[in-house]
Design a protein around this ligand. Structure first.
Ligand SMILES: *Cc1c(COP(=O)(O)O)cnc(C)c1O
Length: 436
């Protein structure tokens, strides 16, 4: 499979180039030349397959030409060594729990897949160290860092906004050591993202060190996220085949990588009727749906902090996927935006009414379905992280303490190691150069 850039200057890149480069030279995002529909027989029997089997089928459609079958199967099976259960919440609303991986957020799927695929390519080539740069608003850093921890030939730099990620999120990437370095940036997530993008555009830096990005701009991170949309459908079909015909999926969105993977799944034939992009107050996408104008702006801090993005990277992919047609995009995706007060209210009310504990991001997804779902539709929201990752926020809202899963407690025992970093590019560049 070849990849082209959304900015159209770069075409014909192979998978390895797309994965190692992350961002294309013309600053666009890589897109596969083809999105191949899966055969009807696959959908007919999907409810008899395991998550790993489903994912391997989907993975073959994207990566089958570029990675040997046995290696690809191993990458997929190793990545998905945890379940993604579909759980009934109330009425016709289900939660797709994406938080059963090692760092308790959906980003484990893309992070683990990408680290394994990059490891596969690095092993096949000469021994030059690959440096992964990743900007995080909270959960990406931990998923990517844990995915790459101890992988030979790869060093990971996690850039995160000082004071803007929860203490539990922070300890998941600052306590690891080994080949993981955490950089605490005196700025916002958008500043972190800008530093990473600037590093890729910097000729001198790129001539001196091999840089790659693990943000959702990387095809190896974002495409595997389509796996669980298929699995959600399979589970619903199994639980209740009558309900599998009219599915609306609500995706708590920040950089829009997760929802874009869902749109890809639909293009591959997955019968999803409609998508909802659920936002916090950072709602440039909703504004785009309403006005046709895209006006990126600085992000605002909210209690759903992993969605505090003012200029979602993957918007370029959505535009490309629908040929820049505002009408087509609006037909496929609805938008909503919730304030912190509304998110808190939803979280509390859902817990009291149903006993289901949402995290602040999932709360946006759930509320969107509560507000928009029609009687004959079945709604699935992506529960993107475990509520305990946002312990203080959730406990404040509920007025009671919540349990911390063992996996998280282990991270909290480690010692924080991070380097302070200013938000101007020169500081970052100079630091990287000292690391060569
Ligand atoms: C990253 C993240 C999101 C946003 O996902 P995108 O792919 O960036 O849209 C939502 N919820 C949680 C918990 C996250 O970590």
């Amino acid at each position: 499979m070849k990849y082209y850039s959304t900015s159209k200057q770069v075409t014909g890149a192979d998978l390895k180039t797309a994965v190692v480069k992350g961002l294309a030279e013309d600053k666009g995002l890589f897109m596969p030349d083809e999105i191949r529909p899966l055969p009807q027989a696959f959908f007919d029997t999907i409810d008899t397959l395991t998550f790993q089997e489903i994912a391997y089928n989907v993975a073959q459609a994207f990566f089958g030409e570029d990675v040997e079958p046995a290696a690809l199967k191993q990458i997929v099976y190793d990545t998905l060594n945890f379940d993604v259960p579909l759980v009934h919440v109330n009425n016709n609303i289900y939660s797709l729990e994406l938080f059963h991986g090692p760092t308790l957020a959906f980003k484990d799927v893309g992070g683990r897949f990408m680290s394994r695929l990059l490891g596969y390519f690095v092993q096949k080539q000469e021994k030059e160290q690959v440096n992964v740069l990743v900007a995080t608003s909270g959960d990406t850093g931990s998923a990517v860092a844990n995915g790459f921890l101890g992988v030979d030939g790869i060093h990971v730099y996690v850039l995160y906004p000082k004071g803007l990620v929860s203490p539990i999120q922070e300890c998941q990437f600052t306590t690891l050591g080994k080949n993981i370095t955490a950089l605490e940036v005196n700025g916002t997530f958008d500043d972190c993202q800008r530093l990473v993008k600037s590093a890729f555009m910097d000729e001198e830096l790129n001539s001196r060190m091999k840089l790659t990005s693990a943000n959702s701009i990387n095809v190896a991170r974002f495409l595997p996220q389509s796996f669980y949309y298929f699995y959600a459908y399979a589970q619903l079909k199994k639980i209740n085949p009558d309900k599998a015909g009219n599915i609306v999926i609500s995706v708590p969105s920040g950089n829009f990588g997760n929802i874009t993977a869902g749109l890809f799944a639909k293009k591959m034939g997955l019968p999803i009727k409609h998508f909802i992009a659920a936002n916090n107050r950072n709602d440039v996408f909703l504004e785009y749906l309403q006005t046709g104008e895209y006006n990126p702006r600085p992000s605002i801090a909210t209690i759903a902090n992993a969605m505090d993005v003012g200029d979602p990277s993957n918007f370029a992919r959505i535009l490309d996927l629908y040929g820049n047609s505002h009408a087509d995009i609006s037909k496929e995706i609805s938008g909503v935006s919730y304030t912190d007060e509304q998110i808190a209210e939803t979280l509390k009310r859902c817990y009291e009414k149903t006993g289901y504990l949402l995290d602040p991001h999932g709360a946006c997804g759930y509320q969107a379905l509560s507000d928009l779902l029609k009687a004959d539709e079945t709604g699935i929201f992506l529960e993107t992280a475990h509520p305990a990752k946002f312990k203080d926020t959730v406990e404040n809202i509920l007025g009671e303490s919540i349990d911390i899963p063992q996996k998280l407690q282990e991270f909290m025992k480690g010692e924080k190691q991070s380097l302070p970093m200013e938000k101007d590019f020169d500081s970052f560049k100079n630091y990287l150069i000292t690391r060569i």
